[in-house]
Design a protein around this ligand. Structure first.
Ligand code: AMP
Length: 397
């Protein structure tokens, strides 16, 4: 398989699928440029080699074809500053003009194509559309992990037109090798920490992880569906009634597979869903009537931290409580700190999924873990055990 570092791009035109789906304000200014920043090393390496770059991405969810609001032209000034070169812009991602502009590209030059999703063919994965994009370049680089779970024209189908000439960009390379480290070859003990609101959205992940981990820590809102399954009193805590039976099955499976499944032993309860609610601490299975559990409490933090600190591989997805409210963020903060301590002692820690990443950002702790995944949905599908089409298209599995 080709790699960014082993390939010499001199004299080549590389078409890169980037994830430039960045938030814009009403004046079309970028309010968070992290996705663009992340893609710069891949682009610069190609330019430095003496290649030229064609950038393609989606932006937002345009429904009716070309829409001013979703035009990638708004990114030109930012890209120009970051790359230090002029950015040529093709106002249609395929067609005569894009073709002519791509053909005229010289080494060191950058061409940005208009939003791929102005064509329905992109999300449909239309091979004809993919072929037209492919005709613009000599090699294909996929650096958009956030869309790797979609078999779209630019993320997957296009690779068919570059036999032996497609590769991951640096973001994809990092994501894939970090997740593989955890999912394919974890150093033991391997601990997964799952939190967040609902069991329903995490059940496939739990089932897949039961075949891999030594320890599974469950916290957050989904705790209470398990506590209910075990006959506990959960008061008004978040419970998914239709998943109570499923929770019982998970508990039995964990026993069968010899996985240590840790649920919180105590929780912080509130008399309403509000930062200023009255609070009390109780054993996790004795939430008083009318109260709801919104965070894990001291004994749980102690136990979870001990398990985490004795681990060599750690996967964390989902907060331990309603961390958006300062009075219910302690559990999440303390678990993040335990992961940081384990990482400092040499464990490999991967954190991913929207809310745990948001929590790490909020606590200023992103640099205290080994890897923070950029792909929400893509990461979750990967740890569910699914093969991601965007990855398979390049490495074959
Ligand atoms: P998810 O998207 O499933 O990872 O869920 C993240 C959300 O779960 C966050 O917005 C948290 O506020 C919420 N959450 C965590 N713990 C609880 C809890 N005990 N009760 C209700 N919501 C919770």
């Amino acid at each position: 398989m080709l790699t960014m570092n082993s390939f010499n791009f001199a004299g080549k035109k590389a078409i890169i699928r980037v994830d430039f789906n960045v938030p814009l304000n009403s004046s079309f200014e970028i309010t968070d440029d992290s996705r663009i920043r992340a893609a710069i090393p891949t682009i610069k390496k190609i330019l430095k080699d003496g290649g030229s770059v064609i950038l393609m991405s989606h932006l937002g969810r345009p429904k009716e074809g070309p829409t001013e609001k979703y035009s990638l032209k708004h990114l030109i000034p930012d890209l120009k500053t970051k790359l230090g070169v002029d950015i040529k812009f093709a106002p249609d991602c395929i067609g005569e003009e894009a073709h002519t502009m791509a053909a005229a590209l010289k080494p060191g030059e950058v061409l940005l194509l208009e939003n791929l999703r102005f064509y329905k063919d992109e999300e449909k994965g239309n091979p004809e559309f993919a072929k037209k994009l492919a005709e613009l370049a000599d090699v294909y680089v996929n650096d958009a992990f956030g869309t790797a779970h979609r078999a779209h024209a630019s993320t997957t189908i296009i690779a068919e037109f570059f036999p032996g000439k497609s590769m991951f960009g640096y973001i994809m390379e990092n994501e894939v090798s970090s997740i593989d480290k955890v999912m394919l070859d974890p150093k033991k003990p391997f601990t997964a920490i799952l939190g967040g609101a609902k069991v329903s959205t995490k059940i496939t992940i739990i089932e897949n992880l039961l075949g891999k981990v030594d320890n599974l820590i469950i916290g957050g809102g989904m705790t209470y569906t398990f506590i209910k399954a075990m006959g506990g009193h959960v008061g008004n805590s978040l419970v998914e009634e239709e998943f109570v039976e499923m929770a019982k099955t998970v508990l039995a499976k964990a026993r069968e597979k010899g996985v240590n499944l840790y649920l919180p032993v105590d929780g912080i309860n509130a008399d309403k869903f509000d930062n200023d609610a009255q609070t009390s601490v109780s054993p996790i299975d004795q939430v008083p009537e009318g109260w709801m559990g919104l965070d894990i409490a001291g004994e749980s933090i102690k136990k979870f931290s001990e398990v985490i600190e004795n681990s060599k591989t750690i996967l964390w997805n989902g907060p331990m409580g309603v961390f958006e409210m300062p009075n219910f963020q302690k559990g999440t903060v303390e678990i993040a700190k335990a992961i940081a301590r384990a990482t400092a002692k040499g464990a490999f820690s991967l954190v991913g999924g929207g809310d745990s990443v948001a929590a790490l950002n909020q606590f200023g702790m992103t640099d205290k873990v080994s890897y923070v995944s950029t792909g929400g949905g893509a990461l979750l599908e990967y740890i569910e055990g699914q093969v991601l089409p965007g990855i398979k298209a390049i490495r074959g599995y």
